[in-house]
Design a protein around this ligand. Structure first.
Ligand SMILES: [Zn+2]
Length: 144
């Protein structure tokens, strides 16, 4: 069965939580969902550490990043984290990217999200980061 496509426009944390809850309930009911979480325009934030303002956009191809299988009593659930389109960056992340300081960028992301003790989430976001490096298509464009 084709997955249900759904776009969630995220204005705030409540929207984000509601989107995750709906995705969770959908997959656990046996329905595949292809969900996009899109920041509301006034909410554009850095794709690396969620800082504002966004100053740069990095052109990028769509890609599938981290994928995992969750073993649920109702059957296995395949999760994949896809990236669609360009990546937004704040000044600080842009500086780290342009200087090739990947370790510094990762440390910044971990600190920004408080993920020091979250190895699985670190693995997910670092896999997305690898995907970003592999799927960049050009020089960053200044947007602010
Ligand atoms: Zn940033």
């Amino acid at each position: 069965m084709e997955p249900v496509r759904k776009t969630f426009v995220i204005h705030n944390d409540q929207d984000r939580e509601a989107a995750f809850l709906e995705m969770e309930q959908t997959v656990h009911s046996g329905i595949s969902i292809d969900a996009s979480l899109v920041p509301a325009p006034e909410n554009l934030q850095c794709d690396f550490d969620s800082a504002r303002p966004v100053v740069w956009m990095y052109p990028a191809r769509d890609f599938t990043g981290y994928a995992m299988v969750e073993h649920d009593p109702g059957g296995n659930i395949n999760h994949s984290h896809n990236s669609r389109g360009d990546w937004a960056a704040c000044h600080a992340c842009h500086a780290l990217i342009e200087s090739g300081d990947i370790a510094g960028l990762k440390a910044r992301m971990i600190a920004a999200f408080g993920l020091e003790d979250e190895p699985l989430i670190q693995e997910i976001i670092f896999t997305q980061l690898d995907g970003f490096w592999a799927n960049r298509t050009g020089l960053p464009v200044r947007v602010k």
